[in-house]
Ligand binder design. Structure first.
Ligand code: DLL
Length: 433
């Protein structure tokens, strides 16, 4: 079991980590150049050869990969191994209508599951735990990744997948699940359902591992309080394997990126320039150990900050902040940049649950922003005057946060459709993309 908390790797010195990265990068660039004609062409276009890449210092010479490249090369164009060596594909949920298909050899699956095992151990998991995996199984990486990680640490694994909330709660109670893995929005829904049924004292959860979508510190506190657990963030993306690329430790101050497998950079999303540590920008990953889908300098579109401050948990791997939005789905309303997480922060600070929808529309040439928010059951019996006053209060708070007017509509409890996977927070009727 100790194999999956690997202090010799997770707490290694910066020099040691760099030396692994240098050696692996050189090997990986050669592997990609020799086996992925699509990327070789991109290197040639930029006038770079594998001989130019001698260490991490040379990384900036390599061309970026973007989702557009994945689309162009779909389905096999970025695969670095013969199909006879590949044993699995996973795919994105395709909410944007553009599917990503990633390939894995058995070695890739093994390393991916190691990363997820590290995440579960960092959340206090051991082989004594009962881990309920309520991320979707199937093409989505959430179920498969956490399932594999849970097996690796020898925990009893409940492969629930998402949905069927009654059964989730029954198994959670009957089998004494101690760790739950799901999206934060589903965790909030489960918490609501458990408390409604008066079953809070029948659950034995101690921790939750939540990711795959943006969630705020306020939402973390809400889930922690309503379930009596510690809630850990986990990050990843299908292109770079899935969950476990980065995960939170007991410090809960950012997610350690598994630097023995991935090099992280922060770039200016407009210019592509590499930014100094501590800057806010777009996260870019280079896979060091993957065989079948070895993406180099992949632009995630996630906006965040990297820090190397000493962590109280002892891990030395660089930490990424929670993504603060995406460079591609950030809303621009009336010319102002709006991150859904800002709106969520206001709502949770004002005592609402994270059940809301942001609707953007265009009337004539003018953008209209509306936030529909569910009232709490207590508020629902309030007078119309009181409800109007609450709406006005939210309008003011949102204006202070965003700098623009947003219409606020308080709607009945439970009237916004619940999600078993990623919540649909934004309805952009302008169709600008
Ligand atoms: O969401 C992988 C995953 C599964 C991560 C389970 C964590 C837990 P995709 O469907 O490819 O993969 O979506 C990747 O989701 O680029 C981020 O924008 C967002 N995302 C993932 N984790 C987080 C997180 C999975 N912890 C995209 N916080 C990424 C905020 C996240 N956003």
């Amino acid at each position: 079991m100790e194999r999956y908390y690997q202090p010799e790797i997770e707490c290694a010195s910066r020099e040691q980590i760099l030396s692994w990265q240098n050696e692996r990068l050189v090997k990986q660039v050669r592997h990609v150049y020799d086996n992925v004609p699509y990327y070789r062409k991109k290197m040639e276009e930029k006038g770079v050869t594998p001989d130019d890449i001698r260490s991490v210092e040379d990384l900036h010479k390599l061309p970026f990969l973007t989702k557009a490249d994945l689309r162009d090369a779909y389905p096999y164009g970025l695969c670095g191994e013969p199909l006879s060596k590949c044993v699995r594909i996973q795919s994105t949920s395709g909410t944007t209508g553009r599917r990503v298909v990633a390939f894995y050899t058995q070695h890739d699956i093994d390393l991916w599951e190691d990363c997820c095992a590290r995440a579960i151990m960092a959340a206090g998991g051991t082989n004594e735990d009962v881990v309920q995996v309520s991320y979707g199984y199937g093409l989505f990486t959430g179920g498969a990744g956490l399932h594999g990680g849970s097996h690796k640490i020898g925990a009893l694994t409940l492969p629930m997948s998402s949905g069927n909330t009654d059964r989730q709660i029954q198994f959670m109670c009957d089998l004494g699940a101690t760790i739950i893995c799901c999206t934060p929005s589903y965790a909030a829904y489960l918490a609501e359902s458990i408390n409604e049924r008066g079953l809070r004292d029948q659950i034995h959860l101690k921790a939750g591992i939540f990711g795959a979508e943006a969630w705020t510190q306020e939402m973390r506190r809400d889930i922690e309080n309503s379930l009596g657990i510690k809630a850990y963030d986990i990050y990843g993306l299908t292109e770079i394997s899935g969950p476990g690329v980065a995960f939170e430790c007991s410090a809960q101050t950012g997610m350690h990126i598994n630097e023995d497998h991935f090099i992280a950079e922060i770039i200016d999303p407009e210019t592509g320039e590499v930014l100094p540590e501590g800057s806010k920008g777009e996260l870019v990953f280079t896979c060091l150990t993957k065989e079948a889908f070895p993406l180099l300098r992949y632009r995630t579109r996630d906006i965040c900050v990297l820090t190397r401050e000493k962590c109280s948990c002892g891990r030395t791997h660089v930490k990424m902040s929670k993504p603060m939005g995406r460079s591609d789905d950030m809303l621009i309303v009336k010319g102002v940049n709006v991150f859904p997480s800002q709106i969520e922060t206001v709502l949770l600070n004002k005592g609402y649950a994270a059940n809301y929808q942001i609707i953007v529309d265009r009337v004539g040439n003018s953008d209209r922003l509306e936030v529909q928010v569910e009232m709490t059951p207590e508020m629902f019996s309030d007078t119309v005057t009181l409800i109007t006053a609450r709406e006005r209060e939210l309008v003011e708070a949102l204006k202070a946060m965003l700098g623009i007017y947003a219409k606020v509509t308080l709607v009945a409890p439970k009237s916004i459709a619940r999600s078993e996977g990623k919540a649909v927070r934004i309805v952009d009727k302008r169709k600008l993309y």
